[in-house]
Design a protein around this ligand. Structure first.
Ligand code: NDP
Ligand code: 8X3
Length: 249
Protein backbone atom coordinates (compact mmCIF):
# COMPACT_ATOMS: atom_id res chain seq x y z
CA UNK A 1 0.00 0.00 0.00
CA UNK A 2 1.35 3.43 -0.96
CA UNK A 3 1.81 5.78 1.96
CA UNK A 4 1.92 9.55 1.97
CA UNK A 5 4.04 11.95 4.02
CA UNK A 6 3.83 15.71 4.48
CA UNK A 7 7.30 17.07 5.19
CA UNK A 8 7.61 20.73 6.17
CA UNK A 9 10.81 22.58 5.37
CA UNK A 10 11.69 20.34 2.45
CA UNK A 11 13.65 22.95 0.49
CA UNK A 12 16.88 22.32 2.41
CA UNK A 13 18.68 20.19 4.97
CA UNK A 14 16.82 17.41 6.78
CA UNK A 15 13.52 18.06 5.00
CA UNK A 16 14.95 17.87 1.48
CA UNK A 17 16.94 14.73 2.36
CA UNK A 18 13.84 13.15 3.92
CA UNK A 19 11.74 13.97 0.85
CA UNK A 20 14.31 12.14 -1.29
CA UNK A 21 14.51 9.19 1.14
CA UNK A 22 10.74 8.67 1.30
CA UNK A 23 10.09 9.26 -2.41
CA UNK A 24 12.80 6.81 -3.42
CA UNK A 25 11.21 4.22 -1.11
CA UNK A 26 7.90 4.59 -2.96
CA UNK A 27 6.09 7.02 -0.65
CA UNK A 28 4.11 9.95 -1.99
CA UNK A 29 5.55 13.15 -0.54
CA UNK A 30 3.93 16.54 -0.01
CA UNK A 31 6.96 18.80 0.20
CA UNK A 32 6.55 22.18 1.89
CA UNK A 33 8.70 25.30 2.03
CA UNK A 34 8.65 28.95 1.05
CA UNK A 35 11.20 28.68 -1.78
CA UNK A 36 9.08 27.52 -4.71
CA UNK A 37 12.08 27.23 -7.05
CA UNK A 38 13.72 24.63 -4.83
CA UNK A 39 10.50 22.64 -4.47
CA UNK A 40 10.18 22.75 -8.26
CA UNK A 41 13.65 21.27 -8.62
CA UNK A 42 12.76 18.54 -6.11
CA UNK A 43 9.69 17.66 -8.17
CA UNK A 44 11.81 17.56 -11.35
CA UNK A 45 14.31 15.29 -9.63
CA UNK A 46 11.86 12.87 -8.00
CA UNK A 47 8.87 13.02 -10.35
CA UNK A 48 5.56 14.89 -10.24
CA UNK A 49 3.72 11.67 -9.51
CA UNK A 50 5.80 11.18 -6.37
CA UNK A 51 6.24 14.68 -4.97
CA UNK A 52 3.67 17.46 -4.68
CA UNK A 53 4.98 20.97 -3.90
CA UNK A 54 3.10 22.81 -1.16
CA UNK A 55 4.47 26.34 -1.16
CA UNK A 56 3.48 28.21 1.97
CA UNK A 57 4.96 29.87 5.02
CA UNK A 58 4.10 27.61 7.95
CA UNK A 59 3.41 30.74 10.03
CA UNK A 60 0.52 31.65 7.70
CA UNK A 61 -2.30 29.48 9.04
CA UNK A 62 -4.76 30.44 6.31
CA UNK A 63 -2.31 29.65 3.51
CA UNK A 64 -1.45 26.37 5.22
CA UNK A 65 -5.08 25.30 5.44
CA UNK A 66 -5.79 26.34 1.85
CA UNK A 67 -2.80 24.37 0.53
CA UNK A 68 -3.67 21.25 2.49
CA UNK A 69 -7.37 21.36 1.69
CA UNK A 70 -6.48 21.64 -2.01
CA UNK A 71 -4.14 18.65 -2.14
CA UNK A 72 -4.70 16.59 -5.29
CA UNK A 73 -6.26 13.17 -4.78
CA UNK A 74 -3.12 11.00 -4.85
CA UNK A 75 -1.56 13.12 -2.07
CA UNK A 76 -4.61 13.70 0.12
CA UNK A 77 -4.51 10.66 2.40
CA UNK A 78 -1.71 11.64 4.75
CA UNK A 79 -0.17 8.88 6.86
CA UNK A 80 2.76 10.85 8.23
CA UNK A 81 3.40 14.44 9.28
CA UNK A 82 7.05 15.42 9.63
CA UNK A 83 7.14 18.74 11.49
CA UNK A 84 10.63 19.73 10.38
CA UNK A 85 10.44 23.40 9.31
CA UNK A 86 12.23 25.48 11.88
CA UNK A 87 15.15 27.71 12.60
CA UNK A 88 17.46 29.33 15.08
CA UNK A 89 18.18 33.04 14.78
CA UNK A 90 21.15 34.57 16.54
CA UNK A 91 23.79 33.34 18.94
CA UNK A 92 23.86 36.32 21.30
CA UNK A 93 23.19 35.89 25.03
CA UNK A 94 19.70 36.95 26.11
CA UNK A 95 20.47 40.56 27.09
CA UNK A 96 21.85 41.26 23.61
CA UNK A 97 19.44 39.11 21.61
CA UNK A 98 16.79 40.49 19.26
CA UNK A 99 13.20 40.19 20.50
CA UNK A 100 12.03 40.03 16.88
CA UNK A 101 14.27 36.98 16.35
CA UNK A 102 12.82 35.35 19.45
CA UNK A 103 9.30 35.94 18.17
CA UNK A 104 10.16 34.49 14.74
CA UNK A 105 11.53 31.33 16.37
CA UNK A 106 8.45 30.96 18.58
CA UNK A 107 6.10 31.59 15.61
CA UNK A 108 7.89 29.03 13.43
CA UNK A 109 9.10 26.34 15.82
CA UNK A 110 6.10 26.35 18.15
CA UNK A 111 2.99 28.15 16.89
CA UNK A 112 3.18 26.85 13.31
CA UNK A 113 3.98 23.33 14.49
CA UNK A 114 0.98 23.12 16.79
CA UNK A 115 -1.32 24.77 14.22
CA UNK A 116 -0.40 22.27 11.51
CA UNK A 117 -0.61 19.36 13.92
CA UNK A 118 -4.03 20.45 15.15
CA UNK A 119 -5.28 20.82 11.58
CA UNK A 120 -4.12 17.35 10.53
CA UNK A 121 -4.97 15.35 13.66
CA UNK A 122 -8.41 14.20 12.44
CA UNK A 123 -6.90 12.85 9.20
CA UNK A 124 -4.00 11.19 11.03
CA UNK A 125 -6.31 9.56 13.56
CA UNK A 126 -8.55 8.28 10.78
CA UNK A 127 -5.56 6.64 9.08
CA UNK A 128 -3.76 5.55 12.28
CA UNK A 129 -0.85 7.63 11.07
CA UNK A 130 2.25 9.10 12.67
CA UNK A 131 3.79 12.41 13.65
CA UNK A 132 7.52 12.95 13.71
CA UNK A 133 8.60 16.24 15.21
CA UNK A 134 12.12 17.56 14.80
CA UNK A 135 13.29 18.79 18.16
CA UNK A 136 16.91 19.29 19.11
CA UNK A 137 19.48 18.50 21.78
CA UNK A 138 19.18 22.25 22.44
CA UNK A 139 15.79 21.47 24.02
CA UNK A 140 17.43 19.37 26.72
CA UNK A 141 20.90 20.87 27.20
CA UNK A 142 21.35 24.62 27.60
CA UNK A 143 24.29 26.41 26.03
CA UNK A 144 25.23 30.11 25.84
CA UNK A 145 23.17 31.85 23.16
CA UNK A 146 20.69 28.97 22.95
CA UNK A 147 18.03 30.84 24.94
CA UNK A 148 14.77 30.99 22.96
CA UNK A 149 15.83 28.42 20.36
CA UNK A 150 16.43 25.88 23.14
CA UNK A 151 13.15 26.91 24.74
CA UNK A 152 11.21 26.25 21.55
CA UNK A 153 12.74 22.79 21.20
CA UNK A 154 11.98 21.97 24.84
CA UNK A 155 8.37 22.78 23.97
CA UNK A 156 8.55 20.40 20.99
CA UNK A 157 9.84 17.60 23.22
CA UNK A 158 7.14 18.04 25.87
CA UNK A 159 4.37 18.60 23.31
CA UNK A 160 5.38 15.37 21.58
CA UNK A 161 5.19 13.39 24.81
CA UNK A 162 1.87 15.04 25.71
CA UNK A 163 0.45 14.16 22.28
CA UNK A 164 1.37 10.53 22.91
CA UNK A 165 -0.74 10.69 26.02
CA UNK A 166 -3.72 12.38 24.36
CA UNK A 167 -3.60 10.02 21.37
CA UNK A 168 -3.67 6.94 23.58
CA UNK A 169 -5.77 4.26 21.93
CA UNK A 170 -5.87 5.88 18.50
CA UNK A 171 -2.91 3.98 17.10
CA UNK A 172 -1.26 7.27 16.09
CA UNK A 173 2.46 7.28 16.82
CA UNK A 174 4.43 10.35 17.91
CA UNK A 175 8.20 10.73 18.01
CA UNK A 176 10.49 13.65 18.79
CA UNK A 177 13.78 13.27 16.93
CA UNK A 178 16.37 15.40 18.70
CA UNK A 179 19.54 15.89 16.65
CA UNK A 180 22.76 17.55 17.68
CA UNK A 181 25.06 19.29 15.21
CA UNK A 182 24.31 18.55 11.59
CA UNK A 183 25.77 20.32 8.57
CA UNK A 184 22.85 21.95 6.75
CA UNK A 185 21.91 25.59 6.07
CA UNK A 186 20.97 25.86 9.77
CA UNK A 187 24.03 27.93 10.76
CA UNK A 188 23.86 30.04 7.61
CA UNK A 189 20.30 30.98 8.62
CA UNK A 190 21.21 31.41 12.28
CA UNK A 191 24.03 33.85 11.47
CA UNK A 192 22.05 35.85 8.90
CA UNK A 193 23.91 34.40 5.91
CA UNK A 194 27.46 34.37 7.28
CA UNK A 195 29.04 31.62 5.16
CA UNK A 196 32.44 31.99 6.87
CA UNK A 197 30.88 31.45 10.32
CA UNK A 198 29.01 28.42 9.06
CA UNK A 199 32.13 26.96 7.42
CA UNK A 200 34.13 27.57 10.61
CA UNK A 201 31.61 25.77 12.84
CA UNK A 202 31.52 22.63 10.74
CA UNK A 203 35.22 22.58 9.70
CA UNK A 204 36.88 19.33 10.78
CA UNK A 205 33.94 18.44 13.04
CA UNK A 206 32.64 15.34 11.26
CA UNK A 207 29.13 16.69 11.78
CA UNK A 208 26.07 14.65 11.00
CA UNK A 209 24.65 15.10 7.52
CA UNK A 210 21.10 15.79 6.41
CA UNK A 211 21.03 12.25 5.05
CA UNK A 212 21.97 10.84 8.49
CA UNK A 213 18.87 12.45 9.99
CA UNK A 214 16.64 11.57 7.02
CA UNK A 215 17.59 7.95 7.58
CA UNK A 216 16.47 8.19 11.23
CA UNK A 217 13.18 9.81 10.19
CA UNK A 218 12.60 7.00 7.71
CA UNK A 219 13.56 4.35 10.27
CA UNK A 220 11.10 5.69 12.83
CA UNK A 221 8.35 6.01 10.22
CA UNK A 222 8.71 2.43 9.02
CA UNK A 223 8.89 0.62 12.36
CA UNK A 224 6.23 -2.03 12.96
CA UNK A 225 2.89 -0.38 13.81
CA UNK A 226 2.98 -1.56 17.44
CA UNK A 227 6.24 0.26 18.25
CA UNK A 228 6.67 3.90 19.24
CA UNK A 229 10.02 5.58 19.81
CA UNK A 230 9.13 8.49 22.07
CA UNK A 231 12.39 10.44 21.78
CA UNK A 232 15.41 9.80 19.63
CA UNK A 233 18.43 11.88 20.63
CA UNK A 234 21.32 11.66 18.19
CA UNK A 235 24.66 13.48 18.00
CA UNK A 236 27.87 13.20 16.04
CA UNK A 237 30.60 11.43 18.04
CA UNK A 238 32.60 14.66 17.87
CA UNK A 239 30.02 16.58 19.93
CA UNK A 240 29.46 16.05 23.66
CA UNK A 241 28.80 17.96 26.87
CA UNK A 242 30.73 20.61 28.79
CA UNK A 243 30.35 21.32 32.49
CA UNK A 244 28.58 24.01 34.49
CA UNK A 245 30.17 27.45 34.59
CA UNK A 246 30.92 29.31 37.83
CA UNK A 247 31.25 33.08 38.06
CA UNK A 248 33.39 34.41 40.94
CA UNK A 249 33.89 37.90 42.24
P1 NDP B 1 17.87 24.24 7.03
O1 NDP B 1 18.02 25.72 7.26
O2 NDP B 1 18.80 23.58 6.08
O3 NDP B 1 16.36 23.92 6.60
C1 NDP B 1 15.28 24.55 7.25
C2 NDP B 1 14.02 24.32 6.47
O4 NDP B 1 12.94 24.92 7.18
C3 NDP B 1 14.06 24.94 5.09
O5 NDP B 1 13.52 24.04 4.15
C4 NDP B 1 13.15 26.15 5.22
O6 NDP B 1 12.45 26.38 4.00
C5 NDP B 1 12.17 25.67 6.28
N1 NDP B 1 11.49 26.79 6.93
C6 NDP B 1 12.01 27.68 7.80
N2 NDP B 1 11.07 28.59 8.10
C7 NDP B 1 9.95 28.26 7.41
C8 NDP B 1 8.67 28.83 7.28
N3 NDP B 1 8.33 29.93 7.95
N4 NDP B 1 7.76 28.23 6.47
C9 NDP B 1 8.08 27.12 5.80
N5 NDP B 1 9.29 26.53 5.86
C10 NDP B 1 10.21 27.11 6.65
O7 NDP B 1 18.00 23.60 8.49
P2 NDP B 1 17.89 22.08 9.01
O8 NDP B 1 17.54 21.13 7.95
O9 NDP B 1 19.11 21.83 9.80
O10 NDP B 1 16.70 22.26 10.04
C11 NDP B 1 15.52 21.49 10.00
C12 NDP B 1 14.99 21.35 11.42
O11 NDP B 1 15.96 20.65 12.19
C13 NDP B 1 14.74 22.66 12.16
O12 NDP B 1 13.55 22.53 12.92
C14 NDP B 1 15.95 22.79 13.08
O13 NDP B 1 15.67 23.55 14.23
C15 NDP B 1 16.20 21.34 13.41
N6 NDP B 1 17.52 20.99 13.89
C16 NDP B 1 18.65 21.25 13.15
C17 NDP B 1 19.90 20.84 13.61
C18 NDP B 1 21.17 21.12 12.89
O14 NDP B 1 22.24 21.08 13.52
N7 NDP B 1 21.15 21.37 11.58
C19 NDP B 1 20.02 20.09 14.86
C20 NDP B 1 18.78 19.87 15.55
C21 NDP B 1 17.59 20.29 15.06
P3 NDP B 1 12.23 27.81 3.30
O15 NDP B 1 13.31 28.72 3.79
O16 NDP B 1 12.30 27.52 1.82
O17 NDP B 1 10.87 28.21 3.73
C1 8X3 C 1 20.67 22.59 16.55
C2 8X3 C 1 21.63 21.75 17.31
O1 8X3 C 1 23.66 21.78 18.81
O2 8X3 C 1 23.46 23.53 17.12
O3 8X3 C 1 19.39 22.29 16.96
O4 8X3 C 1 22.00 23.58 19.03
S1 8X3 C 1 22.74 22.71 18.10
Amino acid sequence: MTRTALITGATSGFGAAAARRFARAGWKVVANGRRADRLGRLVDELGAGNVHPAVFDVRDAAAMRAALDALPEPFRDLDLLVNNAGLALGTQPAPRASLADWQTMIDTNITALVTLTHHLLPRLIERRGAIINIGSVAGSYPYPGGNTYGGTKAFVRQFSLALRSDLHGTGVRVTDIEPGMAHTEFTLVRTGGNQAASDKLYAGASSMTAEDIAEQIFYVATLPAHLNINRLEIMPVSQSFAGFQVHRG
